[in-house]
Ligand binder design. Structure first.
Ligand code: ZN
Length: 205
């Protein structure tokens, strides 16, 4: 293929990246492993690199459940126990690039509540993603991670509802696909709500 002459679009100065739930339990072999979930790591790292080089914010969300979380099957929920606080399964993949002093936001910390969206996930000081984005003057959020049909979907929809521009990094997402086409349907839902789609290959840096 000939060398491309056209410049790839770079994230603008009002952009931020949200890395959704790239935790061991969501990777193959984990308690709630997403098929090919590990394939998000290389593109996610590429995006993280671009954002950090541009000195743009990178936010990491994580499922961070108490042991008795209501989403677990033994408590009547749909999922096997996963991402229990302070366990190996809840840690970010050791292959994921983590920025210095990373902005980490935990969700699903209330046993009684499922929380797919990272929009109201909190850092250790109690600030939500929503508050931090606003404080940083972010208007455009790039998003990738796990899983397309749950946490990426719900985070993107909340961001769009709040008026952010949202670009989904499609090669940096994988779906659970409880039903066969859930991942594709999730992408369609996000597009219908106004999200843009691109791959990390097209992310300038
Ligand atoms: Zn969960």
């Amino acid at each position: 293929m000939a060398a491309e002459m056209k410049k790839s679009p770079s994230p603008e100065t009002d952009s931020a990246l949200i890395v959704v739930d790239v935790e061991n339990d969501f990777l193959p072999g984990g308690a709630l492993g997403v098929r090919a979930g590990d394939q998000v790591i290389a593109p996610m790292n590429r995006a993280i690199d671009v954002f950090l080089k541009e000195k743009l914010p990178v936010l990491y969300s994580r499922d961070w459940h108490p042991r008795d979380h209501s989403s677990f099957q033994q408590n009547g929920g749909p999922w096997p126990p996963h991402c229990v606080q302070d366990t190996e399964g809840a840690r970010f993949s050791s292959d994921l690039s983590i920025s210095k002093n990373p902005l980490v936001f935990s969700k699903g910390t209330n046993a009684a509540q499922e929380e797919y969206s990272a929009f109201h996930a909190r850092d250790t000081a109690g600030n939500t993603v929503s508050e931090v984005l606003e404080r940083l003057g972010v208007r455009h959020v790039f998003i990738g991670g796990l899983a397309t049909d749950y946490c990426v979907l719900n985070t993107a929809l909340d961001l769009l509802k709040a008026g952010y521009r949202v670009t989904v990094l499609t090669d940096a997402c994988r779906a659970v696909n409880v039903a066969p086409h859930d991942g594709e349907k999730a992408l369609e839902k996000m597009i219908a709500a106004g999200a843009m789609m691109m791959t990390t290959q097209d992310l300038g840096g």
